[in-house]
Structure formats: C-alpha cells, structure tokens
Ligand binder design. Structure first.
Ligand SMILES: CC(=O)SCCNC(=O)CCNC(=O)[C@H](O)C(C)(C)COP(=O)(O)OP(=O)(O)OC[C@H]1O[C@@H](n2cnc3c(N)ncnc32)[C@H](O)[C@@H]1OP(=O)(O)O
Length: 404
C-alpha cells in the first residue's frame, strides 16, 4: 500500500535533473551524468516521478515500442524502464505506486502488453510480470572450431567498416529482421544512440565497437585483450549479430571464429542460437541461461488475440490478477485457424493461472505445462494444459536482443 504522503505525476523538462539524480542514486551509478544515456529515449509524458512533499524520490518510464509476436505481427508494447527509488525511501510503496499508475495508464490507452528487464528476480511477479517470457543464452566458445560438414560458408566478402559507414545499413537490416523475430523490438533513431552508445564508461576495459558488414547482415563486437606466452588470445564480445538469411549467419559466425589473434567468443544471444548445431563439437559451446524479458498482460481480452497460435484450442481460463483487477475472472479462450477470441464466461474453469504465468507463456517462452509442474498453473479439466502449451509454442524460442 502506498504511503499517503506520496504524490505522483508525469515529469516536465524542469524535472529531468532531479529524475536523473534519483536514478543515479538508486542504481548506484555516478551522479555526474555518466549514466544519463537512458534519458535520451525517455518520453516525458510517459515518465512518472513520485514525490514526498517537494522531494522527488521515485522514477519510472514507459517507452512506446513495437514488439513482434507470433505470426510475425508487430504490436504496440509499453517498455518499462528506469524504475528507481531513492535509498532511504524504499519499502514504503513507491515502486508499487509507479507500477500501478503505469499499468492503469496502459489499460486506459489500450496498450495490451508491458515488458521489462528486471534488475532483480524477486521484484516484478507481484505486479503481474511473468519471468522468462524470453530467455537469453550466454554463449562462450573457442575460436577456430570447424563447422559440421553440412554447413555451407559462402565466399561473400565481409568488410570491417567504420561506425558511420555501418549505421545506415544496420538500421535497414535491423528494421527488416526485427519484424520476423518474436520478441524483437522496433527502434527509433535515439534507440540506436542508446543501444550502441560507445562510451568509455560502458566498455569495462574492452575496445570500442567493431562493425562488420555482409550484404545480408552485420555483426558488432568489442575486443578484450588477452594473451599467454603462446601469443594473443583475445576475446570477441559480440553485441549484435543480425542477419536476413541463414547464409549470412553462417558466414558472419565463420568470420568471427576465424579471426586471427582471437581465442574465444562470447555472445548473449537467443536460447536456440543455431551455432550449437553448426559446429563440429557442440560441447565446446558453453551455454548459460538467464531470464530476459518479463512480460505483463495488461488486458487479457485485448492481448491474447494479438498473436497467432500454433494449434486450435477451446478452454476456459480463470485468471487471477489482484493488481489489474479488470482481468480477474473466467475467460473463454478459443483459437480457430490460429486466431484467438477471448470472451467473459460463467462456465467452469478448465485451467486457473495468474497474470504472471500467462505473461511468461504469451510469446511462447515458458511452457504452461512446466508452469503447471511448478504449481503456478492448475488444471481442472485433464488435457487442457497440454493443449494450451502446444498452442502457445512457436517454431523458435522468443528472444529480445536488447536491454532497454
Ligand atoms: C525495469 C527496471 O527498471 S528494473 C530496475 C529496478 N530498480 C532497481 O533495481 C534500483 C534499486 N532498487 C530500487 O530502486 C527499489 O528498491 C525498487 C524500485 C526495486 C523497489 O522500490 P520500493 O519502493 O522499495 O518497492 P515497494 O515499497 O513498492 O515494494 C513493493 C513490494 O515489493 C517488495 N520488494 C521491492 N523491492 C524488492 C527487492 N529488491 N527484492 C525483493 N522484494 C522487493 C517489497 O518488499 C514489497 O513487498 P510487500 O508488498 O510484500 O510489502
């Protein structure tokens, strides 16, 4: 419950410095402005601040983006960011007030889905966000690994170019590719400035970005200088590998794996990145999982029909959602030819789940069958959870390649 001394409103230009200070203090960042890159993408009319009297003590923003959902559809999404509460004012309901204000606003605007990256895993479920809506594979692999004989590498010339030369091409490629990949987001000009901001403070001892172009894709990476008595064994830290064709993906991976003076590659990528199946020794590719996007169904009846489904189902879902109570209750969820309709019903529930579980499953990331085994989904009519699980799954794991 929010403290009654608190007030909340959207911010104006004159609030930006205070907003930046709260963020910096909350994220333990340098208050000198080093971490202000996120302010570049902030939409002031969607950025909220909480005040205790005249003192700003909490911040949060929503970025208006599009997300690609199954069926290669782009739908509006509220991308929640810079949630921060000044130390000394925590655990008195400031973040709860921000979350509530954002979600009620999205409900009124008709934005059916919200997403975020969580700084800590124990914060956001209580607000109805579902974990592992997309996952991340943290891959590390040695260079010079051979490919499986079935993997073709073309003789296309791959060129390392300057950032200025790369940028227009990368934007075009990304814009086409993001429309085909579940979990990818639209980018504005400022998004590019933030995503590939190449400030010293972000490099953590690595080099600036290197940009390499293929006619059908691109890669961006940094280098960490490493070596031993046998010679240089530098690490390539891949930031983006975006390709319009499978051929470009193989060619660019080969280019990176064959880089002279490099000993290892690391890449935060999709859980099902095909590289595991491309190399001749898949065990040499180490893969660690991490949660990535957390997804919140803002409106059950508007969100579920936005995507395409893999199979037809007809189930009554009992949704529990105390934070957004308009979702509470029973909904008949019917999919015909992959298209869903959702309507209120008095019929008995086949399955009971909370909003967070539905959010986890929405893009085809977490499986409802697994959430059932985790005691998060309850099946009343045998067979319905398995049928729903199959309907929600897609050909690939959803993946969001960027933190916002
Ligand atoms: C999308 C993003 O921006 S992710 C970034 C999130 N921000 C940060 O990590 C910056 C550092 N942390 C903070 O600024 C704050 O601690 C916040 C924003 C995480 C939480 O703010 P608070 O105002 O303290 O949260 P609030 O008081 O509304 O807490 C609501 C509930 O969540 C719980 N909670 C809040 N933060 C945490 C946490 N870090 N870990 C576990 N539980 C938490 C509270 O205990 C409370 O539980 P209750 O309802 O059972 O009493």
């Amino acid at each position: 419950m929010a403290d009654s001394a608190l007030s909340i409103r959207t911010i104006g230009r004159s609030d930006v410095d205070a907003f930046q200070t709260v963020m910096a203090w909350a994220f333990l960042a340098d208050p000198s402005g080093e971490d202000s890159k996120w302010l570049k993408v902030l939409e002031l009319d969607r950025a909220h601040a909480v005040f205790d009297g005249d003192e700003m003590i909490g911040t949060a923003g929503v970025l208006s983006r599009e997300i690609t959902v199954p069926g290669e559809r782009q739908v509006p999404v509220g991308a929640v960011t810079v949630v921060s509460v000044k130390p000394g004012h925590r655990r008195r309901g400031v973040a709860s007030l921000l979350m509530k204000t954002q979600l009620h606003g999205m409900h009124e605007n008709g934005e059916a889905i919200a997403i975020l990256w969580a700084s800590e895993g124990s914060i956001y479920r209580r607000f109805g966000y579902g974990e592992y809506a997309t996952s991340l594979a943290m891959l590390t692999m040695p260079t010079r690994m051979a490919f499986h004989p079935g993997v073709r590498v073309s003789d296309t010339r791959i060129r390392q170019v300057t950032r200025d030369e790369a940028m227009p091409f990368m934007r075009e490629v990304h814009e086409r590719v993001r429309r085909t990949k579940v979990g990818w987001l639209s980018r504005r000009a400022e998004t590019w400035d933030v995503q590939l901001a190449d400030r010293e403070v972000d490099r953590d001892g690595l080099t600036s970005y290197r940009y390499v172009l293929h006619p059908e894709g691109y890669a961006v990476f940094r280098v960490k200088y490493q070596g031993d008595p046998s010679g240089p064994q530098h690490e390539l830290h891949v930031r983006e590998l975006v390709c319009e064709t499978e051929q470009a993906y193989a060619d660019l991976y080969r280019y990176l794996l064959d880089m002279d003076l490099a000993g290892a590659i690391s890449f935060y990528t999709a859980w099902d990145d095909p590289i595991l199946h491309m190399v001749d020794n898949p065990r040499k590719v180490r893969r660690e999982a991490s949660d990535a996007l957390w997804l919140r169904i803002v409106d059950v009846d508007r969100a579920l029909p936005l995507r395409h489904y893999s199979s037809d189902v007809d189930s009554v879902l009992e949704v529990e959602d105390s934070f957004c109570p308009w979702n509470n209750g029973r909904w008949r969820f019917t999919v015909k030819n992959g298209e869903a309709t959702v309507a209120r019903t008095e019929d008995p529930a086949d399955v009971t789940l909370d909003a967070a579980a539905l959010g986890s499953a929405f893009l085809g990331g977490a499986r409802l069958s697994v959430l059932k085994r985790a005691h998060r989904v309850v099946e009343h009519t045998p067979g319905h959870v398995d049928a729903l699980t199959i309907a929600f799954l897609g050909a690939y794991y959803p993946h969001c390649p960027e933190v916002f």
